[in-house]
Design a protein around this ligand. Structure first.
Ligand code: VGL
Ligand code: ZN
Length: 197
């Protein structure tokens, strides 16, 4: 069984959103077309409480895109985004979200961020997605969505480490690309055995 994992195709990551990824909306029609052919479709939704610790606004004297040392390791500080229940956290209106078998929310704990669909940024607190995939007999994943150099990368690398067969359709992703993060992400995915289509 093969699943399509659609990462964070939400208004705040699309042009006009709080953490807009250039061209983020361009991938929606292609993702809808892939969903129609997948055995299983799983969407992730970045889902932060107001005042989340990954927001620069939560740390006096810090600005968006600063790096901060957290108890679980280094963390980029972001503009406020994907706040639970807001329009920014909603899926892009053109995405065929009705097709999803599962929507997995992440980043809902105030003190820790979660880029990966599998583990929070401490790399050990599970989201439950691994168990879902295994109990459904899913062994292969195709990853698409936003952003290629953050949540897509972390999800794809974790999936490969967990033993799933993983490929990333780069044409159906867009990147934030800060300080070489896109090139670094491609190297890390390649090293982890992720197929870069
Ligand atoms: C993401 C930064 C903060 C992503 C989520 O979906 O790549 N990036 N939260
Ligand atoms: Zn986030």
């Amino acid at each position: 069984m093969h699943a399509l994992l659609v990462i964070d195709v939400q208004n705040d990551f699309c042009p006009g959103g709080a953490l807009a990824v250039p061209g983020g909306d361009e991938i929606v029609p292609g993702i809808n077309a892939l969903m129609a052919k997948a055995d299983a479709v799983i969407l992730t939704q970045d889902w932060h409480p107001a005042g989340h610790s990954s927001f620069a606004s939560s740390h006096k004297g810090h600005s968006p895109y600063d790096l901060m040392e957290m108890p679980y390791g280094p963390q980029v500080l972001w503009p406020d985004h994907c706040v639970q229940g807001t329009q920014g956290a909603a899926f892009h209106g053109g995405l065929d979200a009705d097709r999803a078998d599962l929507i997995i929310r992440k980043g809902y704990r105030p003190a820790i961020d979660s880029y990966s669909a599998f583990f929070e940024n401490d790399h050990e607190t599970p989201t439950g997605l691994e168990g879902y995939l295994r109990t459904r007999g899913i062994t292969r994943l195709t990853c698409v969505g936003l952003a290629l150099d953050f949540c897509v990368q972390y999800s794809a690398v974790d999936a490969a480490r967990l033993g799933f067969g993983v490929d990333v359709r780069q044409d159906l992703c867009r990147a934030i690309d800060m300080d070489g993060s896109l090139d670094a992400a491609r190297v890390r995915m390649g090293d982890a055995g992720v197929g870069l289509a």
